[in-house]
Design a protein around this ligand. Sequence first.
Ligand SMILES: [Zn+2]
Length: 304
Amino acid sequence: MFRSSAKLFEQANDLFTQGNFPAAEGKYADAQMKFQKDGDPQSAQLAGAYAVFVALSHAGMNATAYAAVAVALKNLGGATLKLGVREVPAPSLATEVAIVSEDIAALGLPRDTPAQQAARAQALKQAGVHYQSAIGQNIVFVTELFQKETITGMARAFALFALSEEMQGDAAAYTDPKAAGAHYQQASIFWTQAKNSDAALSARTRGQELQKAVKCWFCGREVTGLAINFFELPSELTVALTKSESASVLPTFDVGSNKIYSCRGCNSTMNTLADGWALKRSAEVYVKLEAEIEQLRKQIQQRR
Ligand SMILES: [Zn+2]
């Protein structure tokens, strides 16, 4: 049965409207080949751009795939794409796809060293700025289409600003926990603007932990940053012990939980000593058990 290239193209559009993206992708590719055979390179290019665009439905978090599609769409010039019931200008779709690519690439950046963390924070912020300026209060069409998530450009921008602040917080945590805490507090504000209350709460809590200042129960050093520069340890505090610190400005223990504060230095030393004792004790127990087992073995043999 003879099918014209235009007919193939129309079928592809119908499949797209139905949400059958894999079938639409194949049909657009068929149309592209047919247009080429018919000597219509311009239509072939258009059909090819549709095919690679629809292929994003199974691209997942592949920034390179998104970047390649952005280029293919940009090459269409001022063409308008018919995507389901929508008519979308190729240049604006190209811009959007490029921003999503930037977003995915920023999320995938390594974050093992402070330098990497700083670069990742900058990339996340930059992608956020692009969502803010190019998409703003509009829905991110590509994300809604392929990731089934309805979100405005602004909401995504605020989420990326928040992630950027958290990354800066992580980068500063070991050198300047107070500044790190401030980044987490700012992240909390951005999460609220992104309407993500769970993330806002956990960022605020982390900010408070990082900015918490105490005095080590053991050595008396004043330290800032829970789980970074000091830890909370369970203890048996008496009233007399808790009263003995009234002269100090910073607390050495938590009143509610009776946990004492231990700076990282004291804590790691105690851990090393405790590990050493534990190993020594378990070796002693092992030697004792081995002797007892040998004794039992002999008794059994004698009974035979
Ligand atoms: Zn200490």
